[in-house]
Write a protein that binds this ligand. Structure first.
Ligand code: ATP
Ligand code: MG
Length: 575
């Protein structure tokens, strides 16, 4: 069983309160058994992570267990590749279902027997109305439905027809098995819902064994009962289905009596989480695949540089709500930034290189300077970085004709190179044809080694740099939010594709990095000083030629929002 991690208890929420009460009243014999029930028709995303953390987290907290169950009742859309990716992602997030890997399709025999039991007790019938006629008989929110002419067939006739459905005697859509409940129920879901439909489609696990498949509302509650689930936690869109969940379990002889509880689905700003839309992004080529680092999938986030701990912490921070809300994506970004600030080694990398020649530094010589690996972590130690006559700095750290507030390098001005020396710009070399600045000539002050002047003189800027002959070369991918609007699907008049951010990926192909970064391992994470957090791509990097993905920038918009909220809360001083 997944052990509760130190400091990772689920903060109070209404489902947790229900479990505490149930344990006190011994409602489920003192047991807590939850499940995470993905449909294997896509990759898991950050919304699923919330459900995983909740289900596995609650079980762990109360000494219970959590099952992984594939809800594979729809043969048309499901694939075993999705099953594998889901298992990988749940494990990566840090949760363990041990030997409790289940499939709803494992229960097809038992579900079929339960359906026969309902027919025998007169609570289900085979309906020969066409799908269109069934729709017309259903009624509306204000008008009750009407009974099907097939509703009162005898038990024997229904059993025979159901067996023949299974034997493949009818075509798809020719008939369905329906629960016999109440066509006038105010809850439309209760108006004789379908329980089994004919689908002459191969299933990725059961092959051609079945040509009838149970509906979600029939399969889910019974799978829960078969597994002895105590608390069946799902999202709010199933609130109206709870009445049917209870009806099925109350009208059959089931081995356990689970209860369904709904919480609000997580929405994230600047993000879409519907699997249908994620599939569209891939098939239309807006992103490369499910694990594109711009995707909100767990595989995309992982490749982007998110850690399991940062995602679990995010899920704890957003809590569990009863009503839908949208979470600011900057809170997710903040959770990884906070972690990497503590853990990621600092390195220097120049993304847009501008050559600098130190004219008073001897040719063919180099220096080794000591740099701090992580000022947040005293145990991270130091490293040596080479310095030489030819360096690169960032193009945007130099201006020939700087405005008043630009404090970085300019002609005649002195700045500090981090961990190295003070340098002063003496000349600007331009390309004759284009007028573009291609090189700077500078002098350095050997007495400022380590970055401080013995005479106490100050400079206004510290720049990152790399030694040109020593530097590694790499591609760096600057990822940004995939959508440019906070609610990409919010406007029914505008296709969400139109809200894609055209600048969500910029690839820089001639970046110069500290030498050690040339051999960094896939997945390794760094802070590039002054630029952001980056990791080595796990898919495209070649040995000796890494590709770096930007995880997040250093700018923390969430911290700013929090500060503003705190300032608003403070009582105003009376004037
Ligand atoms: P989609 O509607 O995009 O296809 P889904 O909800 O059908 O997604 P499932 O595979 O059925 O995907 O989801 C498995 C579990 O994850 C369900 O219990 C579901 O409620 C939960 N889940 C899915 N999306 C979210 C979300 N955005 N926030 C919280 N829980 C979610
Ligand atoms: Mg679903």
């Amino acid at each position: 069983m997944e052990k509760q991690r130190a400091g990772e208890a689920t903060p109070p929420n209404f489902i947790r309160d229900i479990i505490i009460k149930d344990l006190k009243n011994n409602t489920h014999g003192g047991r807590v058994i939850t499940r995470f029930p993905p449909e294997p028709n896509g990759y898991l995303h950050i919304g699923h992570a919330k459900s995983i953390c909740l289900n596995f987290g609650l079980a762990a907290e109360f000494g219970g267990i959590c099952n992984l169950r594939f809800d594979d009742t729809n043969p048309a859309k499901e694939e075993s590749a999705y099953v594998d990716s889901i298992k990988t992602d749940v494990r990566w997030l840090g949760f363990d279902w041990e030997d409790r890997l289940y499939y709803a399709s494992n229960y097809f025999d038992r579900l079929y027997a339960f359906a026969e039991e309902l027919i025998r007790s007169g609570k289900a019938y085979v309906d020969h109305l066409s799908p269109e006629e069934i729709r017309r008989h259903r009624g509306t929110l204000t008008r009750p439905g009407t009974n099907s002419p097939y509703r009162d067939r005898s038990v024997e006739e229904n059993l025979d027809l159901f067996h023949r459905m299974r034997a493949g005697e009818f075509e798809e859509g020719a008939c369905v098995l329906r629960a016999k409940i109440d066509m006038a129920s105010p809850n439309i879901i209760m108006r004789d819902p379908p329980l089994y439909r004919i689908r002459k489609v191969r299933h990725h696990r059961t092959g051609d064994a079945w040509c009838i498949y149970p509906m979600y509302d029939f399969a889910h509650c019974l799978s829960d009962a078969i597994e002895g689930i105590t608390h069946s936690v799902c999202t709010l869109e199933f609130e109206n289905n709870r009445e049917l969940y209870d009806w099925v379990l109350d009208n059959l002889d089931v081995p356990a009596r689970p209860r369904q509880y709904e919480f609000a689905r997580m929405n994230l700003s600047y993000t879409v989480l519907s699997k249908r839309k994620l599939v569209q992004l891939i098939t239309e080529g807006h992103v490369k695949d499910w694990d594109d680092p711009r995707m909100p999938t767990l595989s995309g986030l992982r490749r982007r540089g998110y850690t399991p701990g940062s995602i679990r912490r995010f899920c704890r921070r957003i809590g569990v709500a009863r009503r839908d809300s949208t979470i600011d994506v900057s809170l997710l970004e903040n959770s990884i930034r906070e972690e990497l600030n503590r853990t990621a080694p600092r390195r220097m990398a120049v993304l847009h290189p501008l050559k600098v020649v130190i004219t008073n530094y001897p040719e063919n010589r180099s220096d080794s300077l000591t740099a701090i690996n992580n000022p947040q972590d005293p145990n991270a130690g130091t490293r040596e970085v080479p310095f030489s006559r030819e360096l690169y700095i960032e193009q945007e750290d130099f201006m020939e004709d700087p405005p008043r507030k630009f404090f970085r390098l300019a002609p005649g001005r002195e700045v500090r190179l981090r961990y190295a020396y003070f340098i002063t710009c003496t000349d600007v070399i331009k390309d004759e044809a284009s007028g573009e600045i291609i090189e700077l000539r500078c002098t350095y002050d050997p007495k400022t080694r380590g970055g401080n002047a013995p005479d106490g003189r100050k400079v206004k800027a510290t720049l990152h740099w790399v030694s040109a002959p020593h530097a590694a070369t790499a591609d760096v991918r600057l990822y940004d939010r995939l959508f440019k609007t906070p609610n990409p699907t919010g406007d029914a008049q505008v296709d969400f594709i139109a809200n894609l951010n055209p600048d969500s990926l910029k690839t820089l192909s001639d970046c110069r990095l500290e030498p050690s970064l040339g051999t960094a391992d896939a997945g390794q994470q760094f802070q590039f000083e002054r630029l952001g957090y980056f990791c080595v791509d796990t898919r495209d990097a070649l040995p000796g030629k890494p590709v770096f993905n930007r995880t997040v920038t250093l700018r923390d918009t969430w911290a700013r929002i929090e500060k503003q909220m705190q300032q608003k809360k403070k009582p105003r001083k009376k004037s």
